[in-house]
Ligand binder design. Structure first.
Ligand code: DON
Length: 319
């Protein structure tokens, strides 16, 4: 914690200063080796652990980046934030609160016990059970239609057509017993109205969308901008939905470490097991980072450090 916390002034520093701070965030943590690449999905184990990217998108659409900002990786759990936004947009705030919940479980992202402890209520849309229940709410007459709705919805957040990483999707489908079990458990409690097998397929596809740190920074900046993509100018979701999504991320986005994250970094964020993190500063912009080595909760180590540094240096902390 060797950079003093800059007190938020309500605006970001000048672009040249952001540029220098982004470069510093990258060079400070570039050689950190802590953490381990996820290996419970075989294809993730093959990731280059040294890749590292930092990108910041301002609310006016300017992007600043350093490192491997064009390197592709699977979005994984970060999709949960944006699919939550799409479901919220379709059904509204009360339905998501009641059917999925908006609280932290305090348990790991793939926990089955969390479902059991809550009478089958998923409670947290940012872990696998709640994310499955959220994806089940995406409108569509068939799973294929739901998937297309997810893919095009997330593409609008990114401002470009996102594509499925077929290798990652097939790899995860082969090792997806746990998510299948969670979907069946939700079905047994009457918490989903769709076929659990088809649901796991759509969910695994959404996790296998390929993005870059550059994309994440734009997707996040769309939430920071009240639902309008600051690069394309398109309204993707309502301001209410953007606010609801950020509120959920604040308490759940970094899994069981979300409280520590808010205490230390002070901005809503969401991580994925491929090594991506998106962090959002409402009204200012967003940070996208990518580095595959993870801590035990499943959060990228360098990504957390770079985001924490940027939050301090750019004055992003909400509090
Ligand atoms: O369902 C899974 O286990 C993965 N597709 C996503 C998990 C994930 O990203 C958790 N992350 N930190």
């Amino acid at each position: 914690r060797d950079v003093a916390q800059t007190v938020s002034t309500g605006t970001l520093p000048a672009p040249e200063r952001i540029e220098r701070i982004v470069a510093a965030a990258h060079s400070r943590y570039r050689t950190d080796q802590d953490g381990a690449v996820a290996d419970y999905i075989p294809v993730l184990a093959a990731a280059d652990p040294d890749l590292f990217a930092v990108a910041v998108t301002e609310i006016d659409g300017d992007v600043h980046e350093a490192g491997d900002a064009g390197a592709g990786f699977t979005i994984q759990s970060i999709s949960k934030a944006f699919v939550f936004a799409l479901a919220c947009e379709a059904h509204g705030h009360p339905a998501l609160r009641e059917r999925v919940g908006v609280d932290n479980t305090g348990l790991p992202f793939n926990s089955v016990i969390a479902v059991e402890l809550n009478d089958g209520h998923p409670r947290n849309p940012m872990v696998n059970a709640g994310a499955l229940a959220t994806t089940a709410l995406i409108p569509g007459a068939t799973p294929a239609e739901q998937w297309e709705r997810v893919r095009t919805g997330l593409s609008r957040f990114a401002g470009r057509g996102l594509e499925l990483d077929g290798g990652a999707y097939h790899s995860e489908m082969l090792t997806n017993q746990r998510n299948s079990a969670i979907a069946r458990l939700l079905e047994s409690y009457g918490r989903i109205d769709v076929d659990p097998g088809a649901l796991v397929d759509v969910y695994t596809r959404q996790c296998s969308l390929r993005v870059t740190a550059h994309d994440l920074a734009i997707m996040g900046a769309t939430l920071a901008d009240g639902g309008v993509n600051p690069v394309t100018g398109e309204r993707v979701v309502s301001a209410q939905t953007a606010r609801d999504t950020l509120a959920v991320l604040a308490s759940t986005g970094m899994y069981e470490r979300s409280g520590t994250w808010m205490f230390e970094v002070g901005v809503p964020a969401k991580s994925g097991v491929a090594g991506g993190i998106v962090a959002i500063a409402p009204g200012k912009g967003a940070i996208g980072t990518f580095s595959p080595r993870l801590d035990p909760a499943g959060n990228s180590v360098r990504g957390q450090r770079a985001t924490a540094y940027l939050s301090r240096a750019l004055g992003l902390n909400l509090f």
